[in-house]
Design a protein around this ligand. Structure first.
Ligand code: NAP
Length: 284
C-alpha cells in the first residue's frame, strides 16, 4: 500500500549524476555529451526530446539536438550518425523512435556505435545484456529495477511476471529480473489464463499499453506492482496499464502514472551517457 515515488528517486539519482559529472570534468576535462535526433513532428516525441534536453542541462551535460524534417532521407540520417559517431564531444546518441515509415529503423539503430548507444538497442548491447556482461542497461527496465530496489525487497527467488515482450521493455525487463535471480514468466497477447499467471506474481511488471488492463483480480495481495504503461484514459488524462484505485489497496508497493517509471527512464539515459563518458576518459 505504499506508493513508489519515481520522481523523488529520479531526482536523487540525478543529483548523484550531477556530482559525478562535475568530478569527471574536473579530473579529465571531459563533459558527458548527448546528441538527440528526432525526425518528423510527432508531438509526443517532441515532448520526450524536450525532457531529455532538460535532463542534460540539470546534470551539467553538453547536449545537441537535431530536429530533422519528416522527409529526411535514410542517407542523410546515416551521414549524421557517422559524424556523431566520430565526434569526441558526443558520448551518447539517441534516435527518438518511432521513425517515419520510409526510414529503416533497424539499420539506423545498427549504425550507432555500440559504445555510444545509450538506449542499449544495438544488437551488440542487447547481446551483452543477455549474457549479463553489459556497459549500458536499457533505460526503462533499468529504471524499473531501481524502483524495485527502493522498496528494499529482494528479487531473488521471487515469482516475477512481466506482461509484454517488446524488445525495448518486456524482454530486457525479464532478463534484468532473471539476472537478480527472480523466477520469471513473460506474458503476451497469446498467453492463456493471464489472470491465473499474474496472480502468482510477487513482482508484477505491466508493459502492455492499455488503460485499466491490470485489474485487482489479477494481483496477488502484497505484490509489488510496477506500471510501465503510458496511456490516455477516457478523459485524455495520462494513465498507466494498472487500475490504480482498485489495485493500490492490495499491493504492498505500487508505482503511479505519472510519477513512477516515466521519470526514471530519462534518468537512466543520463546515467548511461555518464558511463560512456567515463569509459571514454579511460580510453576504453
Ligand atoms: P508494445 O511494443 O506495443 O508491446 C506491448 C506488449 O503487450 C506486446 O508484447 C503484446 O503482446 C502485449 N499485449 C498486448 N495485448 C495483450 C493482452 N491482451 N494480454 C497480454 N499481453 C498483451 O509496447 P512497448 O513499447 O513495450 O510499451 C508498452 C507500454 O509501455 C506502452 O504504454 C508505452 O507507452 C509504455 N512505455 C513507457 C515507457 C516509460 O518510460 N514509462 C517507456 C517505454 C514504453 P504481443 O507481443 O503478443 O503482441
Amino acid at each position: 500500500m505504499a506508493i513508489i515515488d519515481g520522481k523523488k528517486i529520479s531526482a536523487k539519482t540525478r543529483e548523484q549524476i550531477a556530482v559525478d559529472t562535475q568530478k569527471l570534468l574536473e579530473e579529465t576535462g571531459i563533459r558527458p555529451g548527448l546528441a538527440v535526433i528526432i525526425v518528423g513532428d510527432d508531438p509526443a516525441s517532441h515532448v520526450y526530446v524536450k525532457n531529455k534536453k532538460k535532463g542534460c542541462e540539470q546534470v551539467g551535460f553538453y547536449s545537441e539536438e537535431y530536429a530533422l524534417p519528416e522527409q529526411t532521407s535514410q542517407e542523410e540520417l546515416m551521414q549524421l550518425l557517422d559524424r556523431l559517431n566520430a565526434d569526441p564531444k558526443i558520448h551518447g546518441i539517441l534516435v527518438q523512435l518511432p521513425l517515419p515509415r520510409h526510414l529503416d529503423e533497424k539499420a539506423v539503430i545498427e549504425r550507432i556505435l555500440p559504445s555510444k548507444d545509450v538506449d542499449a538497442f544495438h544488437a551488440v548491447n542487447v547481446g551483452k545484456i543477455m549474457i549479463g556482461n553489459y556497459d549500458f542497461l536499457p533505460c526503462t527496465p533499468a529504471g524499473v529495477m531501481e524502483l524495485i530496489h527502493s522498496t528494499g525487497i529482494s528479487v531473488s527467488g521471487k515469482e516475477c511476471v512481466v506482461i509484454g515482450r517488446s524488445n525495448i521493455v518486456g524482454k530486457p525487463m525479464a532478463m534484468l529480473l532473471l539476472h537478480e535471480n527472480g523466477t520469471v514468466t513473460i506474458c503476451h497477447s497469446r498467453t492463456q489464463n493471464l489472470a491465473e499467471v499474474t496472480r502468482r506474481a510477487d513482482i508484477l511488471v505491466s508493459a502492455v499499453g492499455r488503460a485499466k488492463f491490470v485489474t485487482a483480480d489479477m494481483v496477488k495481495p502484497g505484490a509489488v506492482v510496477i506500471d510501465v504503461g503510458m496511456n490516455r484514459d477516457e478523459n485524455g488524462k495520462l494513465c498507466g496499464d494498472v487500475d490504480f484505485a482498485a489495485v493500490e489497496p492490495i499491493a504492498s508497493y505500487i508505482t503511479p502514472v505519472p510519477g513512477g517509471v516515466g521519470p526514471m527512464t530519462i534518468t537512466m539515459l543520463l546515467k548511461n551517457t555518464l558511463t560512456s563518458a567515463q569509459k571514454a576518459a579511460k580510453g576504453e
